[in-house]
Design a protein around this ligand. Sequence first.
Ligand code: SF4
Length: 610
Amino acid sequence: MHGFMGKILVVDLTGRKTTMLAKDAAYYRAHLGGAFLAARLFEEFMAGEDMQDPFGPGNPIVFATGPLAGVSVCGSTRVNVLSLSPETPGIFASQAGGEFGPDIKRAGFDALVVTGASETPVFLDIRNDRVIFEDAAALWGQDRLSAYNRLKAETTGNASIATIGPAGENRVRHANVMFEPDHYAGRGGLGAVMGAKNLKAIRIGGNRPVAFHDAETVKAINKAGAASFAASYKKNPASFLGVLKTYGTFGLLMLNQDVGNLPVNNFNQAQVDDDRFQADIDHETIGTTAVGRRNPCKGCYLGCKKNSATDAGHTALAEYESMALLGPNLGITDLTQAMEASEICNRLGMDTISTGALISYLMDGFAHGDLDEKELGFTIRFGQADAVCDLIRKIARREGKIGNLLADGIDTCCRELGPQTFRHRRFAKGMGLPAHLPRVKPGIGFGYLHGPNPGDHMKAEHDWIASSPDDLKGFNIDVTSDVFALDPAKVTIYRATQIYYAAMDSLSVCMFIYGPGNILSFDDIVRLVNAATGFDFTFDELMAVGERAIQLQRRLYTAFGGRDEDLLPYMETPIPGGPTKGNRISPEDFAAARAHYYKIWGWDTGGIPG
Ligand code: SF4
């Protein structure tokens, strides 16, 4: 077999047993890898009556890689992690960069399935076929960077390490998984699933060769992609990809501020009205004050990942989502303070997006008099950076009433703190909304409200594509839609690119490289997949993989009670100022969009697949 190792490693933590499953070429042609393979393996291994409980031993957690990983192909190193989510009802797939995906393959596997639960803290040490269950008592309670550094110091040869922090150990519902020191499977609370299994860390590596069917063609397409990107960067360094290359996603702060697409004060505004903030996020400024050396995923010629310029002790430079949600969204316009809040989340092991959305919900509640300081014994106001850092620590450690409430997620908060707080919720089925505003990008906002993967900004192309007939041609779509509209055409376009993204997630690749109109053409991608695997996919067949992947994930999502979110009341309110002033989503447009979406997917009127 080419591009695949042909084997899945299954580790049962309860019985401390391992199994190696062989899969044939037909299985891989049907699923490829990544999120689709992970969903299929989840379905095969979910077990027992406690399966409805994300913290039960019957809930498997799957780490899957893709057919292009393991040899130096730009953007191919991502790992997809999937499990029943503690944060949203249903399954959730999250992904991260780094070398964990390729190291799964170097160990001889396409995916790792972890089932059961250990009675005591454990870390898995996997080297080729050898799996050791190591005692992790000494690591338990350590923040992630400390745990990683300790394991790294003891590592011989190439290997990658996944760890959770105290938040995962404490089953904080938005705890995440860290890969190496700088990469995060941030969403869906999958770190808490590891915590419930008493699984502190996984170290994996090996020396199994990864073989491609036609390695020369793979190399040539990769090289041509690098050359074409270098030429376009030279021509226009200020383009979206140029900004990513020079400043990482940190540079998107300025782009989104300028167009009025930044969450400010709990998503109530879309732009910061502050000259100092505007000057601080200027690209030339951040080039010296914030953005440090390149720290890319291996083999990546774009290299969006950066170190911090100011603090070598920090994990990687904060991403745009973290800066936006823990900065302006909390009324914090000092970049250093937002970076600090992000770093604390990273060390303790919590998703920065949901953490930011939980704290801004509280702040908005206090600002509108819907929460009572005396009753709660606690208060927090927009702009209070020190209080934010304290609260993040409390959540990760489940300290006191407020720490425990937020650790249990938005639904518990709304239930305990009262229905008057509901209007401050910026969540889709438990998932905090990312920093691309639904009222500015209503197509992507519509996607946030629909499972599988609610609240995820990386599951379809953003709204710009809807008004670009040339880019839509590749999807055989001949309708267009206004960037700010939510109409049936926008939904048709959303679905087509959703399928495309799902196909790319089945390859486990980075969308900055493989996104439509970015670097590689559709033809390049098809040739790359076929050269790596020896399969004979057409573009339409590759899209059919994506379509089946969504249908399976949707079926699993709804089977565990996952349903779509209603339009949040704040989305109906016009944006009060800035370049996107007046933007809103009307309930009528939303209802028509949802009916159209269910129809074109062939789901029933409740959104359930047949
Ligand atoms: S663009 Fe960024 S996230 Fe994507 S592969 Fe390159 S460094 Fe990694």
